[in-house]
Design a binder for this molecule. Structure first.
Ligand code: 13P
Length: 289
């Protein structure tokens, strides 16, 4: 139960484990190198699109290989899976954590599927993350539009509803929403996190808590959410994608004649690695391995 054990330790020692999305091998390498450099445990995660692009068993196997090669714990997580089939495929492939995002279903349907996923996962020592509220933000992108305060607040977690869902499903991790949104928005568009609400969720949830939508949130707010709000897992994707793309564009421009990919990607990996190292510092998970 590596995922459970590490989250337990994060809770006991007041740090969070960064959960970073992978869409290709180079991003995978960047995250793992950052974790090795910082001596930090790491969660590697794949969204439905990323999982279908790379293949669930490839991601699970690369995680195992890198964990051995770099000597760091790597928990592989299925991020925002919306179907029980994808959850089961990840469980079969060897993921350590499965996030079933049933927020698009009715509450009853969400509970029904989440329970099935929990049963299948727990029988193999795998833990499950659940979600009831729909996170604002259409994906891990650089959004040009702002969301209204009402839009963002409409997705906030109701602590009592969260507790009921946790009791009814047996999920191990709960995705709480208290101002966190997916992707980045123009300056001024990211509201401060509602730490008081998160503390209410923490008081009654009884599970590990995750913070989605890390990119774009003020660093001090993330630290408060970890230290005072009990966040144990921080999801980050857009920051890595932005660094990857910017560095790739620059590298191609600087080396117009290079075609050997292993010569093109090192600076790209380096720049994503730097982003991940910053997030590991924010999460407080450095030197825990
Ligand atoms: P960001 O893209 O906003 O960092 O969010 C990632 C995420 O929450 C993945 O589940």
């Amino acid at each position: 139960m590596i995922a459970f054990d590490w989250l337990q330790r994060a809770r006991a020692e007041g740090f969070a484990i960064g959960a970073f999305n992978v869409g290709n091998l180079e991003t995978f390498k960047a995250i793992v190198q950052a974790a090795a450099n910082k001596k930090s445990p790491i969660i590697i995660e794949s969204s439905p699109g990323e999982t279908h692009w790379m293949g669930a068993s490839n991601i699970a196997d690369i995680g195992k290989n890198f964990s051995k090669e770099y000597g760091i714990p790597i928990i592989v997580n299925l991020d925002h899976s919306e179907t029980p089939e994808d959850c089961m495929a990840a469980i079969e492939a060897g993921y350590g954590l499965v996030h079933f995002d049933g927020s698009k279903f009715s509450y009853e349907e969400n509970v029904k599927i989440a329970k099935q996923v929990v049963e299948a996962a727990h029988s193999k020592g795998i833990i499950v993350e659940g979600e009831i509220d729909r996170i604002v933000g259409a994906g891990s992108e650089v959004h040009k539009e702002m969301y209204t305060v009402e839009q963002i607040r409409s997705g906030y977690t109701d602590p009592k509803k969260a507790r009921k869902f946790i009791e009814e499903t047996g999920v191990d991790v709960f995705a709480a929403f208290f101002g966190n949104i997916h992707g980045t928005v123009p300056p001024g568009g990211q509201p401060p996190l509602d730490i008081a609400l998160l503390q209410k969720v923490k008081e009654i949830a009884g599970t590990f808590l995750s913070l989605h939508g890390g990119s774009g949130i003020d660093e001090s707010d993330i630290k408060l959410a970890i230290e005072m709000g009990g966040i144990n897992k921080v999801n980050v994707n857009t920051d890595l994608r932005v660094a990857f793309r910017a560095s790739l564009e620059k590298t191609l421009k600087d080396n117009p004649d290079t075609v050997a990919l292993y010569k093109i990607f090192p600076p790209v990996i380096k720049s994503v690695q730097q982003v991940v190292e910053r997030w590991i510092d924010i999460c407080g998970s450095a030197n825990k391995v």
